[in-house]
Design a protein around this ligand. Structure first.
Ligand SMILES: *Cc1c(COP(=O)(O)O)cnc(C)c1O
Length: 369
């Protein structure tokens, strides 16, 4: 037993391991973490070139030029209530540190993003799972899980890994059914990809209520996962709380400048969106033709269901693809052992992936006779 023991609350947490270990970065087709398909915007990389001479300086403490740009781009009325972080991961962690006391309950959905549970446990909080209906979050089940100890509800909308979403009306019904003392965290990491009239990421609800926070990220649609930049739009009290507990230099200079520049690249935004719509449709059709079940998605990834037969199931598919340097996310740890999650890559990457999955389906059929 170690002499210096970690807090009991974090002992169940396992160390995050990378699938890429032992593989050379340039050789893999990485469809396992939902990064933007088309790489960064050229305006973002140009911004990184411009900051090189000032790298010995701390980034500015006052980030108004970034938060003003975010507010203008996203139609947010009050830039002062935007808090930026080192990825939305940091903001999720800060929310837990600031609001979850040991013993507090935090409601997550059945197939919630793993980090929600992880961060809740880090704070000594108690994750409470609300069953989905099919693969979609259930407002009724979330509301039925509320107790006197509930402090927070995490809702990824759209959800990762399922790719499903709740409509504006359903999120409103959720908010209205919660006690005012419970914080509703809307994690809209994939909002930019959603093309549905009844969807909203939640900014208007943040303006209307004291207990709703919306989180956004540059890691997916904006293709900046490596720079780590996310932001939270908050009611005033919560913005002040987060700002007072966060470390002052949490966002690096490259993230700040590239974060502003990338918002100006409207061609990149249009191209990224069109590419995703096309890829989701094309890839889905190819998979359906192979007899696989493609779960509906509004994001930049899709859940594929493999047959439960040994040798051609999801676990075997993941290993088969891994051996061909195509990384996808198996979902057994999410309680979805028959599914893998595949992010949309470039057209060429997806063609290679379709060919590999076809080979997998055919080779296993042949092996069985
Ligand atoms: C990818 C993802 C994020 C983004 O995290 P960053 O720290 O901003 O990279 C947040 N929430 C969900 C549900 C995600 O899938």
């Amino acid at each position: 037993m170690a002499l210096v023991t970690p807090r009991p609350a974090i002992q169940p947490l396992v160390r995050y391991t990378s699938q890429v270990k032992g593989k050379r970065e340039g050789q893999v087709i990485r469809l396992s973490v939902n990064e933007g398909a088309l790489g960064p915007s050229p305006l973002a990389t140009a911004a990184l070139d411009r900051i090189k001479p000032g790298l010995h300086r701390y980034p500015p403490i006052d980030l108004d030029h970034l938060t003003d740009a975010i507010a203008a781009h996203h139609g947010i009325p009050d830039a002062r209530r935007i808090i930026v972080g080192c990825g939305s991961d940091e903001l999720l962690a800060t929310l837990c540190q600031a609001y979850v006391d040991p013993g507090d309950e935090v409601i997550v959905t059945q197939y919630a993003f793993v980090l929600f549970t992880h961060l809740t446990l880090m704070s000594g909080g108690v994750p409470v799972k609300a069953d989905d209906q099919g693969y979609t979050a259930s407002v009724d089940n979330i509301l039925a899980s509320v107790s006197a100890r509930t402090k927070m509800v995490f809702l990824a909308n759209p959800n990762n890994p399922t790719g499903t979403y709740l409509s504006r009306a359903e999120v409103q019904r959720l908010r209205d059914g919660l006690p005012e003392t419970v914080l509703l965290v809307l994690d809209a990491a994939y909002a930019e990809y959603v093309e549905r009239n009844d969807y909203s990421a939640g900014a208007a609800m943040v303006d209307a209520f004291e207990n709703v926070v919306m989180l956004r990220t540059y890691s997916k649609f904006y293709g900046m996962a490596g720079l780590r930049l996310g932001w939270a739009y908050c009611p005033e009290d919560i913005a002040n709380t987060l700002a007072s507990v966060k470390p002052p230099y949490g966002v690096n200079l490259g993230a700040v400048e590239a974060g502003i520049a990338t918002l100006e690249d409207h061609d990149f935004h249009a191209l990224s969106l069109r590419h995703n719509v096309d890829m989701i449709a094309w890839f889905g059709a190819q998979m359906t033709a192979l007899g696989l079940t493609v779960e509906p998605t509004v994001a930049n990834f899709v859940m594929l269901r493999f047959p439960a037969t040994a040798g051609r199931d999801a676990a075997a598919a993941r290993v088969f693809l891994d051996q061909r340097n195509i990384l996808v996310r198996a979902l057994a740890d999410y309680g979805l052992p028959e599914h893998v999650r595949i992010s949309m890559g470039t057209t060429e990457e997806m063609q290679t992936t379709v060919a590999a999955i076809r080979e997998f389906m055919q080779s296993t059929v042949a092996a069985d006779g």
